[in-house]
Design a protein around this ligand. Structure first.
Ligand code: GNR
Ligand code: NI
Length: 169
């Protein structure tokens, strides 16, 4: 297991479109293990492979609270089968845009299909924080960040702030 460096804006790798995974094997599970460790260390509630520089359609997530048992989740080749029409605002953040938070509106429920850690095909419905997070992560797989939904002014300010923050680190 290893903690991997997380890419931050304006790294052009974050704009890449990730490629479908061909097979869920031990090498992919090793990547997912490292991603989970990296996410817990950050700390964050979700992480897409592209955030550690790997352009594969892989996401890890854990929405459990600190006082609960850990609930790691793994999503390989996720697809959104349907979304509802209700949008809800949520104050989002992103490990690739550290210390920036702003409101994004997304559908409140999505029906998902993906492969799990063992390559098993799963279909399920996401709502609440799960719906927010999976849509945020699936955007990463298309090279889209939450700041892309903000005004140009807010987005440019966010990138400038992250550049300064990273330089000072
Ligand atoms: O840790 C994270 N928190 C978060 C909060 C609100 C909406 C989305 C997220 S995902 C983020 C981790 C991250 O950047 N995943 O790509
Ligand atoms: Ni993110």
């Amino acid at each position: 297991m290893a903690i991997l460096p997380i890419l931050t804006v304006p790294d052009p790798i974050l704009k890449q479109v990730s490629k479908p995974v061909e097979v869920v094997d031990d090498a992919l599970r090793a990547l997912m293990d490292d991603m989970l460790e990296t996410m817990y260390d950050a700390p964050g509630i979700g992480l897409a492979a592209i955030q550690v520089g790997v352009a594969k359609r892989v996401i890890v997530m854990d929405l459990s609270r600190e006082d609960e048992e850990k609930q790691p989740r793994y999503f390989v080749n996720p697809e959104i089968l349907s979304k509802n029409d209700d949008l809800e605002p949520y104050e989002e953040g992103c490990l690739s845009v550290p210390e920036v938070y702003d409101t994004v509106e997304r559908p409140t429920k999505v029906r998902l299909r993906y492969l799990d850690y063992h390559g098993k095909l799963i279909e399920e419905e996401a709502d609440g924080m799960f719906a927010v997070c999976i849509q945020h992560e699936m955007d990463h797989l298309q090279g889209v960040l939450f700041i892309d939904y903000l005004s140009r002014l807010k987005r440019e300010r966010a990138v400038t702030r992250v550049k300064k923050l990273v330089r000072a680190a």
